[in-house]
Design a protein around this ligand. Structure first.
Ligand code: FES
Length: 190
């Protein structure tokens, strides 16, 4: 049974101080939500302007070549693209040097595609210059094509032991990225 003490006062009769506090809280809460929402909305825009952490980390890579035997190729990735690192045998080097470059679609000597003093290391993107498939020829037993380098079965492009296009639709040689040897067996790519 309600007593006089329990009868709620009409809002208009509530003390002014309590009403002000209530309004202030609601306003502050609304502003806070808007403020947080604003920060959340802006953050992605700010972040889009910076390279992502994984891209920064992949800008250049160091590769230890010491375990790659002559005749072996490793596949790695750099800036999210596949990369071949091939340790050419003496025979493969001679084969590449013997080619008359004036007959090539994209004329380049082996020396122009390798680092001075490190002609045995052929470093190239593992991306066919036709439509971007990954050529075969890196793993043991894979088809190396008619010229002993790489073969892209997508449309039949053959690359030689220097990664130069010799037959098929690819317009240019496999791309050689920027790199630098920091020791006889360590290379920094990118
Ligand atoms: S993508 Fe390699 S031959 Fe077409």
């Amino acid at each position: 049974m309600a007593t006089e003490d329990h009868v709620a006062q009409p809002a208009s009769e509530q003390p002014e101080e309590e009403g002000v506090r209530r309004r202030d809280f609601l306003n502050i809460a609304a502003v806070s939500v808007a403020g947080v929402g604003g920060v959340i909305a802006i953050l992605p825009l700010v972040n889009q302007m910076n390279p992502s952490a994984d891209v920064l980390a992949l800008a250049s890579i160091d590769v230890d070549l010491s375990a790659i035997e002559p005749g072996q190729t490793i596949k790695t990735s750099w800036r999210k693209q596949p990369l071949f690192i091939r340790h050419l045998t003496e025979a493969e080097i001679e084969e590449a040097r013997a080619v008359d470059v004036s007959e090539l679609r994209d004329p380049q000597t082996l020396a122009e595609r390798t680092a001075e003093g490190h002609e045995q290391w052929l470093i190239s993107l593992a991306v066919c210059t036709h439509l971007g498939c990954i050529p075969l020829g890196a793993a043991a037993g894979e088809n190396k094509g008619e010229f002993g380098g790489y073969f892209c079965p997508c449309h039949g492009s053959h690359y030689d032991t220097a990664g130069r296009i010799r037959k098929g639709p690819a317009p240019t040689n496999l791309v050689v990225p920027e790199y630098e040897f920091t020791s006889d067996t360590t290379v920094t790519i990118g």
